[in-house]
Write a new protein. Sequence first.
Length: 68
Amino acid sequence: MKPGFIHGKAYRNQPLSKSSKESNSFKSANRRLVEHNFGYIENSMGGPDLPYIGMARNAAGVGLSDLA
């Protein structure tokens, strides 16, 4: 299993084990919660296009749009 929230991948003639499949399912459920919120902000609330370069500036842009 890979560290963090990166999905495991099956390769030719090496299918995923049952524990890897369960781990991927858990990761997908958590990712869904985050991605749906970002999609809602971008699509229905006219969220920012984030023309900034860098994580700190993007985080500030998202924070300001959340406040508004």
